[in-house]
Design a protein around this ligand. Structure first.
Ligand code: NOJ
Length: 760
């Protein structure tokens, strides 16, 4: 009875919610229909236009180049403009000087924090901590919205399996399941449960679709893959973002099945809207419509029409829509209805953000003074950064380092304030970031002496260094000879008790248009590392990077390696927290580290092939392998050490048979067998042994991050239902096929316990 009452109550609440939603939608529809009745074709096309803001200085909005365009009703939104005052000035032009007073939407690449910068997304994903990731997006939304912004071009959910691709740094790695959880967390963090609140912003999932699968890891290159692979391996994180209610989607630069994404009707109309039920708006990537001329799809008029017809609503920067759609309409190449649909979707986004009610909703000058880069946000960013670091090696417990004696900090990334935030940190004030040098100094105070030398430039090649330190992220190149710079450091290192080598990539060595063919630590830095090791002092490699690097030599010769990615504005303090053991590292790789670049793309959830290598072997003639290197990764997906040790029991299954409509439970007991408290990510993988199509050797299906005190044990359980076993078959039906399965639980994708079960 009690249950019945509770259910009735719940139903009433749900339907009340649904009714409220429907009436809100009805109100919105009515509002927009009546507005659109008044709009001319030019005004409608203006709504589809998203130029970059250019150089608008505070107080000069009305005399800027863009002002005239706005006044003429040729602009639907602007991007990469910030500060509440400037945005207020620009918004004023739209709502006071245009005929219909339609407010603008203001977008920005708020990718991993705003002024308080969190770790780069690849680093953040290694925390495997969804509440933490959601909070980072929440804080980014609070700060961005306090500075006038109401729309972010994030999350990027492109599956990345190729470490050569610089943009791997902007995503959540190689796994569709982990990527989907993160996509949902980020959308929730940005959008909250009410987009019209003044501290939530609209998210934009990107880049739809398959951008991470570009050939040879060379940015903007071609993609070609089967639909089965798209649906099973690449689509899930985009779909998860849609299911989480993401307000907008961005097209990708690459082609999909021979048609560039920005003109791909199958992607945007069939998959995104019809199959997944997406009801927000689609924006192109930067000049992606114009680029279809170079792709070879026709002139600007043709490609703009194709894009609109594909289901794209807003044109970023290129003005193909603005300049050509009217003529295409007159020529009957596109319909009035297609323009109306795109215009309606853009207006709906503005309505949902509450901009028609109050166009200045996000322009609260007081908020911009009190809610950005606050001590509370910085504290959260510091704690988050520490969770993103991955301990790759720690022989003889070199780490944690004691706060005593002399610590030599050596390397081009050691005093590199401007590089700490990593790629895509457009709102950051780089000078406010905490460098590793400052982090170490403030952590030790008077307890230890920190001595510092640069030791080497980023790389021997000054031209490469120039390309890798753009956007104000200089590493202040030292023009002395490599030997001179190195010798100075070695002298200092020799007087220390322990050496911390801060090496790796610069911030802009990954990110957009930063693909690499050699993914090792650059030349002069490796030479420096070798010389540091020769001193005989214990060496800790603090590795800065935006992608998996090839570290075979380092993994064999350096006693401790802590991968810190680019930790954000508080990176230096966070690294010190982990180096000195105030925080125990718990990050786990979300992307496989190869031994050599020739192995990429290398990922854990690959297929078995018809000629798999026998377990334990590394070469057999006529098997799928290489002559010169084993198939193994250097560090597998899910890998990461701790200052403590975790022991896993065997797996207990509640039953070896999973029946249709039922569930089984798989449990392990995890024990902290070390001397310090630590966090562990317990990972569940499943293999479908026989299928109507070939299935991966392992797929992540669940994980739990737990914290255990020394000596403490905990039983960790996972429920498995038929849904966890579903995949898209060759008809693209989402099915679970009865048969035999293997289940694995462990500390990473390689080191696991096994059990077997059947689906009946
Ligand atoms: C190009 C990038 O591909 C995209 O991710 C970004 O959001 C836009 N530029 C806008 O800056």
């Amino acid at each position: 009875m009690k249950f019945l009452k509770a259910s009735l109550f719940l139903l009433t609440m749900l339907s009340a919610g649904a009714i409220a939603q429907t009436s809100r939608d009805a109100k919105m529809d009515q509002f927009i229909s009546s507005l659109m009745q008044k709009m001319t074709i030019d005004e409608k096309l203006g709504q589809l236009n998203l130029p970059g803001a250019g150089d608008i200085t505070t107080g000069q909005a009305s005399s800027s180049d863009i002002a005239k365009k706005i006044e003429e009703g040729k602009v639907g939104g602007l991007f990469n403009i910030k500060t509440a005052q400037k945005i207020r000035d620009v918004q004023k032009i739209a709502v006071e000087k245009t005929r219909l007073k339609i407010p603008l939407i203001f977008g920005m690449d708020v990718i991993h924090g705003y002024q308080t910068v969190f770790p780069i997304p690849l680093g953040l994903s290694c925390s495997w901590d969804m509440p933490l990731i959601e909070r980072s997006a929440r804080i980014a939304a609070i700060e961005a919205s306090a500075d006038g912004i109401n729309w972010t071009f994030s999350p990027m959910t492109d599956i990345s399996r190729d470490a050569r691709w610089g943009r791997a740094s902007e995503g959540s790695g190689e796994d569709p399941y982990l990527g989907s959880q993160i996509a949902k967390a980020m959308v929730r963090g940005y959008q909250g449960d009410d987009l019209s609140r003044n501290n939530t912003i609209m998210a934009c999932v990107k880049h739809f679709a398959l951008y991470g699968a570009i050939e040879a890891g060379r940015d903007y290159n071609t993609v070609d893959m089967s639909r089965v692979r798209m649906y099973n391996e690449y689509f899930p994180p985009y779909k998860a973002a849609v299911e989480a209610g993401v307000g907008s989607v961005m097209t990708s630069f690459n082609e999909v099945e021979g048609v560039p994404a920005s003109a791909n009707k199958w992607l945007f109309t069939d998959v995104l809207r019809k199959q997944w039920g997406f009801n927000g708006f689609v924006v192109t990537d930067y000049t992606a419509i114009n680029e279809m001329v170079d792709h070879g799809l026709g002139d600007l008029r043709t490609v703009s029409a194709l894009s609109l017809k594909a289901g794209v609503d807003m044109d970023m920067v290129g003005e193909g829509f603005l300049g050509t759609l009217k003529q295409s309409l007159e020529e009957g190449k596109i319909s009035q209805q297609e323009i109306d649909m795109a215009c309606r979707r853009v207006l709906e986004a503005k309505y949902k953000l509450g901009l028609f009610e109050d166009p200045y909703r996000y322009c609260n000058i007081k908020r911009s003074k009190t809610e950005i880069f606050t001590p509370a946000h910085r504290k959260e960013a510091r704690a988050t950064a520490a969770q993103s670091f991955v301990l790759l090696k720690n022989d003889h417990n070199v780490l944690p380092v004691k706060k005593s004696g002399t610590i030599a900090l050596i390397g081009p990334l050691a005093d590199a304030t401007e590089n700490m935030t990593g790629t895509w940190s457009v709102a950051a004030d780089f000078s406010k970031s905490v460098s590793l040098l400052n982090g170490l100094k403030s952590a030790v105070g008077k307890q230890a002496k920190i001595v510092y030398a640069k030791g080497s430039n980023l790389t021997a090649d000054p031209k490469l260094e120039e390309r890798a330190t753009m956007f104000g992220k200089s590493l202040r190149r030292d023009n002395r000879s490599a030997e001179e710079i190195r010798n100075e450091a070695i002298q200092i290192a020799k007087q220390s008790d322990v050496i911390v080598a801060a090496l790796g990539e610069s911030a802009e060595m990954s990110g957009e248009s930063s693909s690499r063919t050699d993914i090792g630590i650059p030349d002069v830095q490796q030479e420096l590392l070798k010389e540091l090791l020769k001193t005989g002092k214990p060496v800790v490699l603090v590795l800065f990077t935006g992608r998996p690097l090839t570290l075979k030599w380092e993994s064999e010769n350096v006693p401790a390696i802590l991968n810190v990615w680019f930790g954000g504005s508080e990176a230096g303090d966070a690294i010190a927290d982990v180096l000195f053991g105030d925080v125990n590292p718990s990050g786990k790789l979300s992307m496989t580290f190869p031994q050599v670049v020739g192995q990429v793309p290398l990922f854990y959830n690959h297929k078995n092939t018809g000629r798999p290598l026998a377990e334990g072997k590394w070469f057999e003639k006529f098997r799928s392998n290489y002559l010169d290197v084993s198939n193994d990764p250097l560090y597998p997906f899910g890998f990461g050490l701790s200052y403590t040790k975790f022991e896993y029991s065997d797996i207990k299954l509640s039953s070896n048979t999973l029946r249709h409509g039922q569930e089984i439970t798989a449990s392990v007991t995890v024990r902290n067998a070390g001397a310090v408290e630590g966090k562990e990510v317990v990972q569940l993988y499943i293999r479908d042994l026989v299928g109507s199509i070939t299935r991966p050797v392992k797929e992540l299906k669940g994980f739990q991050k737990i914290s255990l005190k020394p000596g403490e044990s905990r039983e960790v359980s996972f429920k498995i239902t038929e849904d966890d076993l579903k995949f898209y078959n060759s008809n693209l039906d989402f099915v679970a096929e009865p048969g035999d399965f293997k289940l694995f639980i462990g500390t990473n994708s390689r080191d696991v316990r096994e059990a077997d079960f059947k689906l009946e």
